[in-house]
Design a protein around this ligand. Structure first.
Ligand SMILES: O=C(O)CCC(=O)C(=O)O
Length: 297
């Protein structure tokens, strides 16, 4: 199947085999990329799907995030400007990888609308590479500096990988939403260690070209591995979190140490999660959402 980045302009977004293989989406669960979104993805390297996850799903995500926080599983990666000393003021709370710590989030990549969207971006077969959450607490939430994901993953063609960043709260400029630089994803920018983080790298793109992506909770941003992006500080009085899942064409070579950690989701070697988790995970998303909402405090 061709990908968004390759597909000629006037072709149907969902070819027949995709419709045949996956059940129809639940009401409220949008996955259709419009022709404009396809064009934006192809030309600028990113697009958004507002309302990709509905209110119940967002509430369940927030409940699971609260549980992860209560269990002390998020780590402050912001430093005092030396890349080492944990910051006493700024907080960029990260959990990565996420799936091993969360039965709930491990079901999400198998969700049919996620598989369908990622297939649209990459073509078959697709594999989950990594998952994580960044939480920026109220008032002193720190951003994640400019970078291209391919600076970590090191695949030959950055359009063969896609990040799906989901706003777990309404994401605005004031609370440091994601910003992207459109249209420059083919250029591999020079990256150096980020002094504001204990392990990240960063680059210095033409920031005047940055586009902030303001999106309501549940909306998703899709961007290929070459798109320079960052988040900024959260200066508001409410926390803001983003869920980031990364996917790539199964079978392609990554930098050593960056091999995909997640399941192959489509194609002949697709997993239903049994191989990774010892039980079938595919098809359990709705059950997980219901469980989280029932257990909410
Ligand atoms: O949410 C953030 O602070 C950064 C997320 C990010 O850089 C990514 O998803 O690649």
């Amino acid at each position: 199947m061709s990908s968004l980045s390759e597909r000629p302009k006037n072709i149907s977004i969902f070819p027949k085999p995709l419709k045949a293989k996956f059940p129809p989406l639940r009401k409220g669960a949008s996955v259709n990329f419009t022709p404009q979104q396809i064009q934006q993805y192809r030309e600028q390297g990113y697009t958004t799907l507002p309302g990709f996850f509905d209110n119940r799903e967002v509430a369940a995500m927030q409940a699971e995030l609260a549980r992860l926080q209560r269990d002390g599983l998020l780590r402050n990666v912001a430093t005092e400007g030396d890349g080492k000393t944990k910051s006493q003021t700024a907080q960029n709370l990260q959990i990565c990888p996420l799936s091993p710590k969360s039965e709930f989030f491990r079901a999400l990549p198998f969700c049919p609308k996620v598989v369908a969207a990622v297939r649209e971006c990459l073509g078959d077969p697709v594999q989950q590479q990594l998952d994580q959450i960044f939480l920026k607490p109220a008032g002193h939430g720190a951003g994640t500096s400019w970078h291209q994901d391919n600076a970590y993953f090191g695949i030959a063609d950055p359009t063969q990988g896609v990040g799906m960043w989901v706003a777990m709260h309404d994401a605005t400029v004031a609370n440091g939403t994601m910003q992207v630089i459109p249209g420059v994803y083919r250029e591999a920018l020079k990256h150096t260690r980020d002094d504001g983080s204990d392990h990240h790298v960063r680059c210095y793109p033409h920031e005047e070209k940055a586009v902030p992506v303001e999106i309501r909770a549940g909306g998703a941003l899709f961007f290929n591995y070459g798109v320079p992006h960052c988040t900024k500080a959260n200066t508001t009085d409410k926390p803001r979190a983003g869920l980031a899942l990364h996917f790539l064409r199964a079978g392609i070579t990554t930098r050593p140490g960056q091999a995909p950690q997640g399941p192959i989701l489509t194609g002949p070697n697709a997993s239903d999660g049994t191989k990774e988790w010892g039980v079938k995970v595919a098809g359990t998303w709705e059950q997980q959402v219901t469980r989280l909402l029932a257990n909410r405090e």
